[in-house]
Write a protein that binds this ligand. Structure first.
Ligand code: ZN
Length: 372
């Protein structure tokens, strides 16, 4: 009930209010207590107002004033006029109410509460005069750094970044990419199986199929991410490593587009003097397939120990997307064609920074990581 309703009810007797039994008495008093409680909440919400002390007095009078206070009128009109059989019940309820009212509206208790609220508020507000916490600053991991650098080059060419799950089905990891059951990479020796139909993806290529299914053509994406193979860790192998794939699907896409894009990429990444060379290769998911060589940055193609006197370093695989792979992705190979490439981010980071052991990336040795 509202305060206004309560003010009216305290001028009536229990008989006037139609209260004739214990349940009715308890319900009436509990509503009265609830109303007083709400008034107190309202009062406390004004605890920051300059007129708060005045409001406290006003509410205290409303409740406890000797003649016209709510409690006094309840005493007068509900308790004293109660029929004798209800007297004990009304008396008990009245006492509870009076004690509560005195407590609720006691000036000290309200002032204390308001004080507490102000303290809580002050604690939540930061003290700008205190000195700050000094936390050690980390730096971007070299793998992430190189990954972002490669992403940036392709973002600049209008490619989007797409990612996919690391726990992958055999279908997306092998079948949809034209890798037959008999292919050696499907062997337990090379692939980490979770069960017969689930693997830790051995390359980022499954995302090519997922993206073709999701977006259709035309499609220009790069796919960075972690891959897993059943390899013993050594200076050039890690059971977990990072790949970046690129995929372009559109009408009239040719091998010339692939060569032009990758040559542009190599010059951006390795420097303007870098030259590229494409040599035939084989992958089940591209036809024709090629390996991309970049002129050795150390000797500029003259031949040195790093490039084994050849003047060239192999950096990635590429090719025109196999028509069956396009079909598996829901794209019509008679209308669209595409190219793809795949590179090892870890290897690119090793080349860029002259690192000779891939394990260094994953050992969390701060002496190594602080150099980046
Ligand atoms: Zn060289």
């Amino acid at each position: 009930m509202t305060l206004e309703e309560l003010k009216k009810k305290v001028d009536l007797t229990l008989a006037d209010l139609g209260v004739h039994d214990e349940a009715g008495v308890n319900a009436l008093f509990s509503e009265a207590r609830e109303t007083m409680n709400q008034e107190r909440q309202k009062l406390v919400s004004h605890s920051n107002d300059p007129e708060f002390p005045g409001l406290v007095k006003e509410f205290r009078n409303l409740c406890l004033a000797r003649k016209r206070g709510l409690v006094a009128r309840i005493d007068e009109n509900w308790l004293k006029t109660a029929p004798s059989e209800l007297r004990p019940v009304v008396g008990r309820a009245f006492n509870n109410l009076r004690v509560q009212a005195e407590h609720l509206y006691a000036e000290e208790s309200l002032v204390r509460l308001a004080q507490k609220l102000r303290e809580v508020e002050a604690k939540e507000r930061p003290d700008l005069t205190l000195p700050g916490y000094r936390r050690p600053l980390g730096s971007i991991h070299p793998i992430t750094r190189v990954q972002r650098e490669i992403e940036d080059i392709f973002l600049g060419l209008g490619f989007a970044i797409e990612t996919g799950p690391e726990v992958e089905t055999v279908y997306y990891n092998f079948d949809a990419l034209n890798i037959p059951e008999s292919h050696p990479s499907r062997d337990d020796w090379d692939t980490l199986y979770i069960d017969s139909q689930t693997v830790l993806r051995t390359h980022t290529s499954p995302v090519q199929i997922r993206a073709m299914e999701k977006y259709g053509a035309p499609l220009y994406i790069v796919i960075p991410g972690k891959c897993y193979r059943n390899d013993k860790p050594d200076a050039s192998h890690s059971p977990m490593f990072h790949q970046m794939e690129g995929l372009a699907v559109d009408v009239d896409i040719t091998f010339a587009d692939l060569k032009g894009t990758l040559d542009f990429f190599a010059k951006k990444f390795f420097g303007e003097t870098a030259r590229t060379s494409f040599r035939p290769s084989f992958f089940p998911f591209t036809e024709p397939s090629g390996e991309v060589y970049v002129s050795c940055a150390i000797c500029d193609g003259q031949g040195c120990s790093v490039c084994k006197q050849s003047g060239w370093i192999e950096v990635m695989g590429c090719g025109m997307v196999h028509p069956q792979v396009l079909r598996n992705g829901g794209i019509d190979p008679d209308r669209y064609s595409g190219w793809a490439f795949g590179l090892g981010i870890d290897r690119f980071a090793m080349m860029k920074y002259g690192i000779d052991d891939i394990q260094l990336f994953f050992q969390s040795d701060l002496r190594f990581l602080r150099q980046f």
